[in-house]
Design a protein around this ligand. Structure first.
Ligand code: ADP
Ligand code: MG
Length: 567
């Protein structure tokens, strides 16, 4: 530590590049500090440092990290704790550009595997970014000294030592993830696709906030017919609504909470933090939200189950377009989701193409089938279940044509769900739709596509340029990937991981023989063995800020790469 102090004193007032001298590692009284990367100027991306505390000093009992779920829960909590302590102890920005900033990547409402904190048998390590302070291009050595010898140690002391932490809260974080994973696993065994615990708070504070709504909330209460119980390893008994496999319809008047329920189910593929309100709302891990996404690119997707006989005889067996329509984009989204192993499809009328969802008897009479390329979802949703074993949960307040194909109909009435399946069946029997089913009796098989190496061009000029810009954009060489309609992508650090994962695959896996699925699976296998760090070019040092994405979103990003070429 003395060495670092002397260096900072020596370079005080010098030109910014003299900061390069401080790279290296230093022993502090309570931890070891690694300065892995020193930024080139005050505006450049911040410098990367790591703080490592020996395990015996940190003192975390083994039962807090001896399972995968607990370890992720503990690491997630520690990142949040450090972030909170940094807010308390640092003065923040001072000087030019990012001067004075101290930052650790911590999560939102989800508990995700991330690289910000690592806990293992030997040490606890936090991966932190700092803006080395300067005025103009002159090193502000005294401020740097305060950051490294005052603020940082204080934040660390209050975060990385078990003795200093609020035990109840810490334990809740660690064990809540285990309970959620338990439910997710149990769903399969019980042939359920989702579970919403009684008392859950589903609505959010606003359309731009992921925090729970406060005040006038109707807590979730299962209809008696659907109520089921789980005995959780930590929390014990919980009761709530189980949605069985099959085709489930969510109906009800406008503004009665249909989309809110579906959104909670979309997010239920992730585990949530204590107090979120959805911490016991759990969906099968491969559930995929499907929506219309006009304008997207599509590369050789077989959309024939839904679309045939396009004008000018356009091929729909290997359908490609630079600019999909609402219905063709939704069809491609479904086929791609099935290719990526989706076990459940989640659809909302609010974000669907009407002509993809319904075609009623009158329209069938007016526009003959040979003039309509689209086979609506209502004629395919059952086949997707019976042939492929993939369930659907669909919000549909606007058309009763779906009564005929639903196994379960849930009505939202003033935010309270009711099982009205019987009533819907009676109505369906009394008032037939008089539609003719379209599109044949078979859905057909899903092809596994093989990407070509030429798809991936990460260079811009002669430099590799792969980067995430916030949550929903990836820059990949000269093109960008738009992910705004991948609604189950929740954290910008997932987007960063996806960007580097695509780069990693294109370097080491894409060989014009392996399928998209095989490629992505093999990278996940590697991550399982070596950690998310494996994606980083700085493996063994500060790996950058990654959070674990789902396979479905990774494949979703590749499918949206505008240069993708399929064999
Ligand atoms: P729908 O899709 O049925 O038209 P939404 O799900 O969009 O309705 O919900 C309408 C409004 O009601 C939203 O502002 C939402 O935040 C609010 N809301 C949803 N569920 C609840 C609830 N359980 N308690 C209180 N407000 C809710
Ligand atoms: Mg709605």
């Amino acid at each position: 530590m003395e060495r670092l102090v002397q260096k900072l004193q020596r370079i005080d007032g010098k030109s910014y590049t003299a900061y390069k001298d401080i790279a290296g590692d230093y022993f502090f009284p309570d931890f070891r500090l690694y300065i892995d990367h020193v930024q080139g100027d005050p505006f450049a991306s911040p410098s990367r440092i790591r703080v490592r505390v020996a395990a015996d000093r940190a003192g975390f009992p083994e039962e807090l990290w001896n399972t995968r779920a607990r370890q992720i829960g503990l690491e997630d909590y520690l990142a949040r704790r450090i972030a909170g302590e940094i807010r308390k102890t640092t003065k923040g920005f001072r000087g030019t550009g990012k001067s004075g900033m101290i930052f650790i990547d911590s999560g939102g409402q989800e508990i995700l595997q991330r690289t910000a904190v690592a806990v293992n048998r030997e040490f606890v390590e936090a991966r932190i970014s700092v803006g080395l302070p300067a005025f103009g291009r002159k090193i502000a050595g005294k401020h740097a000294l305060t950051m490294f010898t005052g603020e940082l140690p204080k934040a660390v002391q209050n975060s990385l030592y078990y003795q200093k932490l609020p035990r109840d809260i810490l334990h809740e974080y660690v064990f809540i993830k285990e309970d959620q994973e338990y439910i997710r696993k149990e769903l399969l065994a019980r042939k359920l696709v989702a579970f919403v615990a009684n008392g859950s708070v589903l609505p959010r504070e606003s359309g731009v906030s992921d925090l729970p709504l406060k005040g006038n909330v109707v807590p979730f209460q299962s209809p008696p017919e659907l109520e089921t119980e789980f005995i959780l390893p930590n929390r014990g008994s919980v009761r709530g609504m189980g949605i069985p496999e099959g085709v489930t319809l969510i109906v009800g008047g406008g503004y009665h909470g249909k989309s809110t329920l579906l959104k909670a189910l979309e997010r239920g593929v992730y585990d949530h933090i204590p107090g979120d309100g959805r911490e016991l709302t759990v969906t099968g891990e491969t559930a995929v939200k499907i929506r219309a996404e006009d304008g997207r690119r599509v590369e050789k997707v077989d959309i024939t189950p839904f679309i045939n006989n396009l004008p000018h005889g356009r091929d729909t067996r290997t359908f490609s377009t630079e600019d999909a329509s609402g219905s063709t984009s939704q069809a491609a989204n479904i086929i791609e989701a099935l290719e990526a192993g989706a076990g459940v499809l989640l659809l909302d009328e609010d974000t669907s193409a009407t002509n993809f969802m319904i075609r009623d008897a009158r329209m069938q009479e007016l526009v003959a089938k040979d003039k309509e390329p689209i086979t609506p979802f209502v004629d395919k949703v059952r086949q997707i279940y019976t042939e492929l074993g993939v369930s659907t949960i669909l919000v549909m307040g606007g058309s009763g044509d779906y009564f005929d194909v639903a196994d379960l109909v849930i009505m939202m009435d003033e935010y309270r769900p009711a099982d009205i399946t019987e009533r819907a069946r009676e109505i369906a029997a009394a008032k037939p739709t008089e539609r003719n089913p379209e599109g044949g009796r078979k859905f057909g098989t899903i092809k596994q596509r093989i990407p070509l190496q030429q798809s991936f061009q990460p260079q811009r000029g002669n430099k590799i340029r792969v980067d995430a810009k916030g949550l929903s954009t990836i820059v990949f060489g000269n093109t960008t990937i738009a992910l705004a309609f991948q609604e189950q992508l929740v954290d910008a650090s997932q987007t960063r991981a996806i960007a580097d994962m695509i780069l990693y695959m294109s370097k080491y896996r894409v060989d014009n023989r392996r399928t998209l699925n095989e490629i992505v699976d093999s990278v996940y296998q590697e991550i399982m063995e070596k950690g998310l760090e494996v994606l980083s070019p700085y493996f063994g040092k500060h790996p950058g800020d990654y959070a674990m994405p789902r396979k479905q979103e990774v494949l979703g990003a590749i499918n949206r790469l505008r240069t993708l070429k399929i064999k």
